[in-house]
Write a protein that binds this ligand. Sequence first.
Ligand SMILES: Nc1ncnc2c1ncn2[C@@H]1O[C@H](COP(=O)(O)OP(=O)(O)O)[C@@H](O)[C@H]1O
Ligand SMILES: [Mg+2]
Length: 276
Amino acid sequence: MNAPSTIHKASVQFSPGEARIRVQNLGKRYGTLEVFRDVTFDVGAREIVAVVGPSGCGKTTLLRCIDGLISVDNGEIWVDHTRVTGPTPGMAMVFQHFGLFPWKTVADNVAYGLRMAGTPKAEIAKRVPDFIKLVGLAGFEKAYPYQMSGGMQQRCGLARALAVEPNVLLMDEPFAAVDAQTREILQFELLRIWQQRPTAMIFVTHSIEEAVLLGHRVVVLKGRPSSIYETIAIDLPGQRTRETLREPRFAELRERVWSTLMSEARAAEFVLENQN
Ligand SMILES: Nc1ncnc2c1ncn2[C@@H]1O[C@H](COP(=O)(O)OP(=O)(O)O)[C@@H](O)[C@H]1O
Ligand SMILES: [Mg+2]
């Protein structure tokens, strides 16, 4: 299985690897509400695909389908040649509102996924401090979520996801609830961590800048019933740093994603007007 050719043309700096996630003709309804239809895309084993689209178009639903938490009505999801039909080992999700257990300490929250996976206690005790350190929370092992800032809580959420050493990371607007400065710090922390251990990642965001900074491709979804409006290859050369934010090519790509989203919004308005 090859990743789409646009990646090969667009970037010589990274290799997306073989497709790890394959989403084929996916359709999902909640009762009479058709959320999306015919959603088809791949994510390489070492690729970050950012997903943007209007609020309510089904981005969270899409991630939950891929994670096997909810069923699909049409189409198929494959991860590493195995069809997803329920919760699947090797996948981890990071939520917008952190999803931490308020009654558990940082260390116990980070250990949670490992406990669920049946990892032996000694192995958990060895692994947890490494992941706490990796996300910059060393010294806060015994803190409870309420004692930490939003940014620190999301570091904890990230450590919990990373601790199970997933092959697939699903990120649902993970930095939307933190302040702008913390958000920028966390974006580069995530890139640093991803460089150390690249995975297939789907990163849902409503920030165009964040999508272009983090994604190797940006998938633009359209309004309901949603499907893929356009996929934009982010051909930024080299490793992404704070300098990247000032590059003319970064500004061009941000503009490109913005105008794609705007043309989708205009098209949606046009359909509504014609219906009235
Ligand atoms: N469990 C559910 N039951 C019924 N409708 C739902 C459920 N979850 C989400 N929806 C609806 O499906 C649509 C897509 O929701 P969601 O996936 O959360 O969108 P997004 O993450 O893009 O904002 C919305 O209209 C939402 O109200
Ligand atoms: Mg959502």
